[in-house]
Design a protein around this ligand. Structure first.
Ligand SMILES: [Fe+2]
Ligand SMILES: [Fe+2]
Length: 275
């Protein structure tokens, strides 16, 4: 059994201070997770001060930690920084590691940087992300020769499936191709953020051609005031190879509390939501 505390979209520069303190407290009061994952958007505008505050906060949280940058972690208005040094502050303050991996006997977690300073699709210029061939190869190499008993997770900032009932938006470019390759690599679960909404489901609800049932788990914004009709929240994920529980811990005004608990069981290779 393994546990992942999955936080996302902290957005220092636009945070709710009591929520920030509440999140640190909530995580300190629990058994330390096997891994703490942050799926990007540490800052609001990638400024040095915002990064310093965000890094200070991350140091208060339990480890080990695996983190990836988000679109807000690349400067928006400073075009020289945006195009030539997009992640210099991220690597200075948060981590040098842009290809993070966590591995133990039961769990493989690979982080992919899906944030881009520029994508050739005009519609995706500002905030949509992408995954490169090289990054997919990285996942393949990490997962190669690992038995199916090792639960395999990929972390990106940008999501693979839209919230239930919403049209696809903010989805990572090349999602279908990436899923195709992740199917080969035996990936079991995807973790992401970006939309500031928490939800989960099988990627095949949107990508029918994908043969492997892969769980996609989205975290809301943990501490930002830019909420989309949901309280600040994070996911506490418990993993047994064929059973995953996602406990959403949400801000209730004074502390984080259990908001929803969703169980997924894998039967004949297919993830089924229970209840
Ligand atoms: Fe965000
Ligand atoms: Fe984002």
């Amino acid at each position: 059994m393994r546990t992942i505390a999955h936080i996302s979209d902290l957005h220092f520069g636009r945070i709710d201070p009591p929520v920030v303190e509440g999140l640190a407290r909530d995580l300190a009061e629990r058994e330390p997770p096997s891994l703490l994952v942050c799926s990007g958007d540490f800052t609001q505008r990638a400024r040095g001060g915002q990064y310093a505050e965000s890094a200070r906060f991350m140091r208060r949280l339990p480890g080990p930690q695996l983190v990836v940058p988000g679109n807000h972690d690349i400067p928006l208005y400073n075009l020289v920084r945006r195009f030539f040094f997009p992640l210099t502050r991220y690597t200075r303050h948060i981590t040098h590691d842009l290809r993070p991996v966590h591995q133990d006997e039961e769990l493989l977690v690979v982080g992919i940087n899906s944030a881009r300073a520029f994508t050739w699709r005009w519609k995706g210029f500002w905030k949509d992300g992408a995954i490169s061939e090289e990054q997919l190869l990285d996942v393949e190499l990490r997962a190669a020769n690992l038995p199916p008993t090792v639960f395999k997770v990929v972390v990106t900032h940008h999501p693979f499936i839209p919230p239930p009932g919403e049209r696809p938006h903010g989805i990572v470019h090349g999602a279908a191709r990436a899923l195709d390759e992740m199917e080969q690599s035996g990936v079991d679960m995807l973790l992401a953020g970006h939309l500031h909404m928490g939800y989960s489901g099988d990627v095949r609800t949107h990508f029918e051609a994908v043969k492997r049932s892969i769980l996609s788990v989205q975290a809301g914004t943990a501490t930002s005031t830019r909420r989309r009709g949901e309280p600040n929240a994070y996911n506490w994920i418990t993993i047994n190879p064929d059973h995953v529980t996602i406990e959403v811990r949400a801000w209730g005004g004074e502390s984080f509390r259990t908001h929803t608990v969703t169980h997924f069981t894998r039967l004949d290779g297919v993830w089924n939501r229970e209840g």
